[in-house]
Each structure stands twice: as structure tokens, then as C-alpha cells.
Design a protein around this ligand. Sequence first.
Ligand code: AMP
Length: 398
Amino acid sequence: MQLLSIKDCDIKNKKVFIRCDFNVPIDDYGNINDDRRIRSAIATIQFCLDQGCAIILASHFGRPKGEVDPKYSLAPIARRLNQLLRVDVKMAEDVVGTSAMSLAKALKSGEILLLENLRFEKGETKNDPALSASLASMAEVYINDAFGVSHRAHSSVEGITAHFDDAHKAAGFLLQKEIQFFSTLLERPVRPFAAIVGGSKVSGKLEALINLLPRVDKVLIGGGMAFTFLKALGYNVGNSLVEDDLLEEALNIMAEAKRLGVKFYLPVDVVAAEKFAPDAASRLCTVQEIPSGWMGLDIGPATVRLYRQVLNDVQTILWNGPMGVYEMDRFARGSNKIAHFVADSYATTVVGGGDTADLVQRIGLDEEISFISTGGGASLELLEGKILPGVKPLLKKG
Ligand code: AMP
């Protein structure tokens, strides 16, 4: 998959519109908890600065539902950009109103303007053509560097691309890196290739599992989804999270894995709890002995050992989805142990965004992973084999 590259675009001294993903976690006091997404966009912004561009940055932040809500203002992001770029970042008061339009018009080479939260505009998530046209009218070149939102057909991601020909639109460095990593992973991984798939439900990862099966050598299941597989095999999983309507599908997936010669692993033991609570009574037990009425909330130590053994000889590891309810300390050990093993591995290690990226970061292992995606939903759709709506218009023809 070849993308129109920012390097092949004539952006010298031009006015460029860069769609970024600055949707970072912020605490109750407005402090940015994790600025990885902002830092990930710096390479593209810096490149445009070096080319003498006037730069318009745009992003969504949170879910303000099409209304102006100061709680979701991008002002804290502008401050962080100031610090990281050491360039004064002008902040518009709106998205396509008089403030944004006049600031964009007056913007000079080497200057940066940040628009207000794109989702203050109702049309953004509806891919409204009028909004796309207004956003496009601000610049001569469009760059998408917002991988985390490229699976959404939104005005600033998809609709806007129709206003620029192939010489005037491109993928930024972050988007290129994400797409390249995932296409290499899916098209020519170094083998053996193992996928660790966890998270809450089978339904959320079903398509990804089906698409991954013909491409991997091993699948290791964890998290809540393991219990649908275990129940399908006839185990009594108590009150663990189970999707009864997917029992048949779970059996099909395991049968398909067998047919393809893919080694398919399920947990052999769990941390079972009396209820879904951080202070719940809990105990370790094998999957054969989950007390009735209890629920499995993490993989147990025997599974951790087994999975380490399974991962010992692999050259590529893809990890998407936690092994347990990692938000509660008592049920985070399985995920932590697997994270440490993945981080120490000599294999190429890829972590899908969202919860898995979050947990790896919480324990300070992010530097040890070959690649951590900045988009949970977007990376999952790539694993499902989809072409993202924000990426499709940026594909090189021929
Ligand atoms: P997902 O969004 O599907 O990747 O799921 C992530 C969520 O799965 C996290 O919030 C975890 O707390 C949750 N999770 C992981 N293991 C379990 C489990 N055994 N039971 C219930 N929820 C779980």
C-alpha cells in the first residue's frame, strides 16, 4: 500500500492544512496526562516549518457533540505545542468562523495556527460537504497525519480530500509510519508470527481474528473474550463475561485455526473474583475450577508461563487487548507480566493502540516496544483488513 507522501508534495512556502490527532487524555485540572499523540505529530509540523509553510493545524478533542464547550477547547494543546515546537502557536476562537478564517488568511510563512476543536462543528462527524469545503478553502495543500481518526469518514478526514488533487494532498509522517508498519505486519511478517488478542469481547475482535488467522503462526487469547471460547469448549466459566450468541463462531474460529495449522492458545488458569470490583474476594484457579457464580478477571500465573513459552521462539509479536481488567490493580498482573515479556523480547513487537498502549505506558515499557500505534480503533480496522476512509483518497494510483 503506497501513500501519497508529504515528501513528494510541492509544499515549499505554501499554506498547508494538517489534520492531526491531538485527542489526548486530560485530567480534571486540564493537565495533559500523556502527550504522545502531540509529540507524534511534531515531525510533520517541523518538516512543513522547514519548507517555509504557513501551517494550519486542526484536530478533534473529546466528544463535545457539535456544540461549543470550553471543557473541550484545544487551548491546552496549543500551549503544549508552543513548548514542544518553540514557536508561537496562534489559536483561533472557532473552526471555520470569522476568527479562524481571518487568522488563516493572514497566516505567513513560518507561522502556525491551531483551529478550535473540529467537533464544535456539527458537520464534522457527518462528513458535511459544506464544512469540508470551508476547511479546504483555508489552504493550498492538505496533509493527513491523524492516524487515530483515519477510520472515520469525517469532514476534515475524508470529505476535505476531494478539494485537493494528488499533487496537493498527502499523508504525514505519522500516518505513513502507521500504515507501513501494519501493512508489513499483515503482508510480509517475519515468522514465526504470534498475535496476542485480548480485551473484553469476542465481538469487538471477531473480524480481526478472522483476518489474522491465515497470516499468523500462533494466536494467544486473553481477557474477557477467552471465556466465550472456553464456554464453547464446554468449560463452566461461572459468571465470566461470555457472549452466548458467539459460541458457535468461537468453535468455527478454533476449527479454522486447526485447519490452517495455526496454534491456538487459551488461558489454562485465571484470577477469579466474586464480583466485578477492585476489592472483590479473589482466588487463583484453573479454568476447570472457576467457582460457580465467580468470574475470571485476569489470566493466572500458569497461563503467563505457558504464554512466555509460546512466545519464546517467535520473531514478530502483535498485541491487541489486555489480558485482564488491568484498570484494577488486583487484575492487572497478567497484563503486566505479558507486557514485560513482550518488552524484553528480541522479536519485532507491535502494540495496537487504545487500552494495550495505555497499559504498556502505565508501566513505563513504551520505549521497549518496536512500535506502539496511536490509534486503537484505526489499527483494529487495519487488522480487520479494511482500507480506512481517510487513507483511501491518499493512496498512490497505479
Ligand atoms: P477492548 O476495548 O475490547 O480491547 O477491551 C478492553 C477492556 O477489556 C478493558 O477495559 C478491560 O478491563 C476489559 N477486560 C479485560 N479482561 C476482562 C475480563 N476477564 N472480564 C471483563 N472485562 C475484561
